[in-house]
Design a protein around this ligand. Sequence first.
Ligand SMILES: [Zn+2]
Length: 305
Amino acid sequence: MTKVAIVFLDGVGLGEDDPLVNPVAAARLPVLTGALGGRRLVAGSGRIDAPRASMVPTDAGLGVKGRPQSATGQTALLTGRNAPLILGEHFGPRPNAALRAMLEGPTLFTRLVAEGRTVAFVNAYPQGYFDAVARGKRLHGAIPQAAQAAGLRLRTAGDLAAGQALSVDLTNAAWRSAMGYPDMPLWTPWEAGQVLARLSAVHDLVFFDNWATDVAGHGGKLAESVRVLEEIDAFLGGLLAAVDLENTLVAIISDHGNIEDLRAKGHTENLVPTMLIGAGRQRAADAITDLTHVMPAVLDVIRDA
Ligand SMILES: [Zn+2]
């Protein structure tokens, strides 16, 4: 049986191969670049089929004018439906009622659960997040919304402390310094990658939602964007070193461009990279040209035991 580990990176597009405007071109990314046979994660590379990994430039615009946004893009990734076209616009960051209704319907998560597969949405949320949602002060993003609608458990600080969840900052440092958990264990990004590999070993699908890339893109600072990207590369190193790639597809996906162009104040209309490493990656790569193709491609890989 083939497993899938999805690392979702919010706001990562394929930009120019210019380190002055594109942090992806400026960052040292030995894991990603090595997997891609030395090719760069930039627009000029086109589709890459290296010995270890494929990278498919993926359309996030979906035929709708304007800059792609997170709620519609993530809904397209999770439902396989053209959410911006159905809504009539790119919308985000949080889903509105129409998108929430789509996320309550069939998704990647509900389909796998209905088939008896095990699915883990691995992000940890602090107690304050659960309290704010309960008070109506905060709306879930599209991914936790879909996870909860599928009956998946949203993981807690206790899960993170036990190595059963992941933090968006990878190291847990923010939990200690700013979120009221001074005893949270500190990890290296590499160690966080190994945590995801361990969770992948016992679930058919693991899904990690990392939005640090989109936050860095909105911040527009080169050094901070490079730092975030280099930590994610180290995280992927830990994941790929420990995951069983004979039986697992690692899919690194995004919803829209942002971090790859510091000149843009917000999101970009660039293609986004879909990186596929491990079992079934060639087949998945051949099936994907836009965001709506990711969900069916992942289902096909998992079902083709
Ligand atoms: Zn954004």
